[in-house]
Design a protein around this ligand. Structure first.
Ligand code: SF4
Length: 402
């Protein structure tokens, strides 16, 4: 049954709760749901219902198209002046022996090590330290662009930008314009966590607050540039905090249109100060993807990081509103593995990503950072793809050789 028929069938269900039916009707007609309806989805929307709504929107926007990219990460340091309670990655400066601090040369060598690889994006994000200041990052971005102009630099979050601009006594608008001139092309979505101060002050106090995070993205969008947004869910927040978070993003997106992708980030509880908090279930993860797709009607894409939630859950998520599963990674990020993700050395070849998507019946597309198509894999076959599908001939037993 196709996505529209499933939704029509659901709307004919006489046992469906009236509010959930109103929400489903709005989704069918492409109308926006309210904050109260967002909370109702979290409180009463069961998995099957949410999947029908989210998949209807996903297929209306993208059909079966499912995006991935070829990327690698640079993580300059895992030392950080902040002390976010959920962070499994950062080693405070006093735990320096467990940390790393990459030099400019080391990071450029990492870029050069991909010279013969068809990667399209470098994703740079890590801890916050005083020596990685505005001048350092401007030099880094311009050196990368000089070396490989076609490599898209997606780097740093408002957490870093707020810190380095403040130290340099530069306002956000000027700072972001200077970063753009230095070679920055996109901003990833991190550092958003949960915006509401009731939660943010408990888990991530001191770093940029919600208004500052949103303002830096707004200044970036005003320059005609794009960025992503995340939400760290499944810890001490309540459902209405998640809706409040998405509402703030939806409002900014109405104003600027600069966000490309929303990425829900599952809280992982290994080796951090919130290890006593249980992790969300896979069912809750899928419900959350679906509600994100339904609520954020002005975001083009919803992404699931396969490295964070596992390959199998990423496949399932494609039926719950997700249309992007991120990239090849090449074991260049430790953010997910240090937090307890199943993938301890995250890396997938292009073929593995294509097959992962194809095995769900969807249509794999390699994109660049701005969702321009690099290769449409709908009808592409790999050199030896059918080798194991050739008819095999077995030696028949000889019953009577006389
Ligand atoms: S989440 Fe980011 S800002 Fe917070 S402690 Fe970890 S590395 Fe630092």
């Amino acid at each position: 049954m196709d996505a529209e028929k499933k939704l029509t069938f659901l709307l004919e269900n006489k046992n469906l709760d009236e509010e959930l039916k109103t929400i489903a009707t709005k989704v069918y007609h492409g109308q926006r749901i309210s904050e109260a309806e967002g909370v109702a989805l979290y409180e009463r929307g069961e998995l099957g219902y949410l999947g029908v709504l989210a998949n209807f929107i996903r297929e209306r926007l993208h059909g079966d198209k499912t995006y991935f990219n070829r990327n690698f990460h640079i993580e300059p340091t895992n030392l950080c002046v902040y002390d976010c309670k959920f962070c499994s990655y950062s080693r405070l400066i006093k735990q320096r022996e467990d940390g790393w601090e990459a030099t400019m040369d080391e990071m450029l060598s990492q870029v050069k090590s991909y010279d013969n690889e068809p990667v399209t994006e470098v994703h740079i994000v890590g801890g916050v330290l005083p020596q990685y200041n505005m001048a350092f990052y401007m030099d880094l971005f311009s050196a990368i662009k000089r070396h490989r102009p076609s490599l898209h630099v997606k780097a740093l979050t408002p957490v870093e930008y707020h810190y380095i601009f403040k130290k340099a006594k530069v306002d956000y608008a000027t700072g972001m314009a200077m970063m753009k001139d230095a070679g920055l092309e996109s901003m990833p979505g991190g550092g958003a966590e949960i915006f509401h101060p009731e939660i943010r002050e408990q888990i991530a106090k001191d770093k940029c607050n919600a208004e500052q995070w949103l303002q830096i993205h707004e200044e970036w969008h005003k320059l005609g540039m794009h960025s992503n947004a995340t939400m760290l869910y499944g810890h001490i927040e309540q459902y209405w905090h998640r809706v409040d978070h998405m509402e703030r993003l939806r409002q900014l997106q109405d104003k600027t249109g600069g966000f490309q992708t929303f990425i829900p980030l599952k809280f992982r509880n290994k080796d951090n100060q919130m290890s006593y908090v249980a992790e969300s279930t896979v069912v809750e993860d899928l419900r959350n993807y679906a509600i994100s797709r339904i609520y954020l009607d002005n975001f083009p894409h919803i992404k699931a990081y396969w490295a964070m939630i596992s390959r199998q859950t990423a496949q399932l998520a494609l039926g719950f509103g997700v249309n992007d599963i991120d990239g090849t990674l090449d074991d260049t990020t430790k953010i997910y593995s240090m937090a307890g993700a199943e993938e301890q050395h995250p890396a997938m070849t292009t073929r593995e990503l294509v097959e992962l998507i194809r095995n769900t019946g969807r249509h794999p597309i390699e994109r660049d950072t701005l969702y321009r198509v690099i290769t449409d894999y709908k009808d592409v076959t790999f050199a030896d793809e059918h080798a194991d599908k050739q008819p095999k001939y077995y030696q028949l037993p000889v019953l009577n050789d006389k």
